[in-house]
Design a protein around this ligand. Sequence first.
Ligand code: NAD
Length: 258
Amino acid sequence: MADMNGKTAIVTGAASGIGRATACLFASRGANVIVSDVNASGCDETVALIQEQGGDSRAVPCDVANPDEVENLIDTSIRSFGRLDYACNNAGIEGETADTVECSVENWRKVVDVNLMGAWLCMKAEIPRMLAPRNAPDDGGGAIVNVSSIAGLIGFGGLPAYVASKHGMNGLTKTAALEYAHRGIRINSVCPGAIETPMIHRVTHHNPQEEAAMIARHPMGRMGTPKEIAELIVWLCSDAASFITGQTIAADGGYVAQ
Ligand SMILES: NC(=O)c1ccc[n+]([C@@H]2O[C@H](COP(=O)([O-])OP(=O)(O)OC[C@H]3O[C@@H](n4cnc5c(N)ncnc54)[C@H](O)[C@@H]3O)[C@@H](O)[C@H]2O)c1
């Protein structure tokens, strides 16, 4: 299926895990893909994977918590491919494990800056470029997916900054969706459960017992794969989801249904 031919997608946090799988899936649907991450060599690896599958992609390293770097990311994307249609604001960090009292101000600021302010800065730069007039009169608008978490829907002891940032992201998503619904931009967030990426191994401290306990809390009895989340993100960006905006959609093996 190449229904995204001629379109351009940006994915942040695309050097690893969910972001890498999403960048590769956008490319397999025909989109040109801007691969962004603070990890420059990881960006290059993702671009190489896309090129191996015949896609067109550029690496643009960027720290999403830095306003100037985010502006540069979006400018470079427009210069590279001439337009912006889809954005997946996925870059995120879990921060340190410490309860609400023990959480340091430094950890709080870092996690909220990357996860919540980063997604806001990205949307602030992406939305005007999606609104920009293009060749045909009806050729404007776009779709944005913010990667939140089930920690944006329920609490998790030991991760106060992460949980607050992801709850904030869901509220921000709904607000931006309302603001731009009538101008052709759809904005949704996805809330993954535990997904097989380097992040989940850090969260469970590379400890098999903690990992097994995490899996046991998922009614499906397993973790999800990055590809399963990428499928939801790319579907939300596609025309198949043309009447869906302002939603926070869990892909969690049943976790939050309990
Ligand atoms: N893995 C899970 O179980 C899980 C569950 C729910 C939500 N999520 C969310 O999914 C997203 C992707 O996580 P993942 O599991 O693929 O983790 P990951 O650690 O494999 O990938 C995250 C990527 O974000 C990048 N990144 C970190 N800080 C950045 C910054 N300041 N600017 C730009 N890039 C930055 C990292 O370099 C890394 O490549 C995150 O937002 C995470 O919170 C993950």
